[in-house]
Write a protein that binds this ligand. Structure first.
Ligand code: AMP
Length: 360
């Protein structure tokens, strides 16, 4: 029987890398997007994190770029051919790790650019040459200004989480980047929603894009069991500890609304001898990456996070998410509980609701 990814038009180098990753069947967004992108069309795709969207844009692009694969060490043989723009450092890092896994059988080079860390290593990588660059918008523009990167040979550009990037105020920067890219190129835009500004962006920078839409917008994943517990605000701490211990949660993300409560909840858990660490916007990039790695490796039991810090977090088989405080935005709720139940696995999301949170 033919491998389902081969049937979509992907070559053996990618298919065997996917088999090594344990991917057996394409997700709906992959099945819909891969053939269209392989044919060279621009794509407007509606997909949230957790649907397999990264592979949906990376796999056809890598297939199209594989004719450039070369083991030559000359930087001139490795110009930037593909640019992936995304919203946060964590997501950029995540996409880059996926790229690394997918290209294991292809001599193509990749690198990731994000802010908050020194530019030297990134600059050295760019000078050495690499076909695939995953970047956050601000840091990419820094490299453009310093002439560390040449975008003249870009053939494929991806705008990942386009709605998020616009929410974060990157519209002018995105336009700036799009303007310096070659006109002759393929543009793939992925977004959870298609607001008027996204449509305008598509109109201005895309050529008769094909639409790809799979899941309904802003809906939660059916694999995630959702519970809500009404509780006194003062009793949340005890309840949190009881849930973690009694339900034998060995890996759980606890979401809070503010940095202050993140710190407080973390201190409280540690005092109760539960291994917990926090990530939020005030932490250094280095400290965030270390905490995330400890959590991914399973040496850290509880990760306490704000919504922004947890954007793009991708942990395979994370069984539990707890909303210690409810988010004000429905999209944030969807995003939070989407950290569990990834790629068809089961997950449990528990929300602790006090009186003041009922209307949310
Ligand atoms: P994404 O929506 O791109 O963040 O992907 C969510 C998760 O699903 C990642 O951990 C991927 O490695 C995984 N994944 C993507 N496609 C597949 C597939 N076809 N089969 C199994 N896992 C997948």
């Amino acid at each position: 029987m033919m491998n389902p990814f081969s049937s979509l038009g992907l070559g053996s180098e990618l298919v065997s890398a996917l088999t090594d990753q344990g991917y057996e069947n394409p997700t709906p967004i992959q099945a819909a997007a891969i053939p269209k992108a392989l044919a060279g069309h621009d794509l407007l795709a509606a997909a949230q994190t957790g649907t397999g969207k990264t592979a949906a844009f990376m796999l056809p692009s890598l297939e199209r770029l594989k004719r450039y694969a070369t083991s030559s060490t000359s930087p001139a043989m490795h110009p930037v051919r593909m640019l992936v723009l995304t919203s946060t450092r964590e997501l950029a890092d995540q996409i880059d790790q996926n790229v690394q896994a997918y290209i294991k059988n292809l001599p193509l080079r990749h690198t990731v650019l994000f802010g908050g860390v020194n530019m030297d290593k990134q600059t050295a990588d760019l000078r050495a040459g690499c076909e695939i660059v995953v970047a956050t918008v601000g840091r990419l523009l820094d490299h453009v200004k310093q002439k560390n990167i040449n975008l003249n040979k870009v053939e494929i550009v991806v705008l990942d989480e386009a709605d998020r990037m616009l929410d974060m105020g990157f519209i002018d920067d995105i336009r700036k980047i799009m303007q310096i890219l070659p006109k002759q190129r393929q543009t793939l835009l992925f977004s959870a929603t298609f607001s008027p500004p996204i449509r305008k962006l598509a109109q201005d920078f895309m050529h008769t894009p094909e639409m790809v839409e799979v899941a309904a917008q802003n809906t939660t994943n059916a694999n995630v069991e959702q519970h809500i517990i009404a509780v006194d605000a003062l009793k949340k701490r005890n309840l949190l500890e009881r849930l973690i211990v009694d339900l034998h949660m060995n890996q759980v993300i606890v979401f809070c609304k503010t940095k202050q409560s993140v710190d407080q909840v973390t201190r409280d858990l540690v005092r109760r001898n539960i291994a917990a660490q926090s990530i939020h916007g005030d932490k250094s990039q280095q400290s965030r990456l270390e905490t995330l790695n400890a959590f991914k490796e399973g040496t850290l039991r509880v990760l306490v996070a704000t919504d922004v810090a947890a954007r793009g977090l991708d942990i395979a088989e994370l069984p539990f998410v707890i909303n210690y405080e409810l988010p004000t935005q429905p999209e944030d709720y969807v995003h939070r509980i989407g950290r569990t139940g990834r790629a068809g696995a089961d997950g449990v999301a528990i929300s602790l609701m006090d009186k003041t949170e009922q209307k949310m």
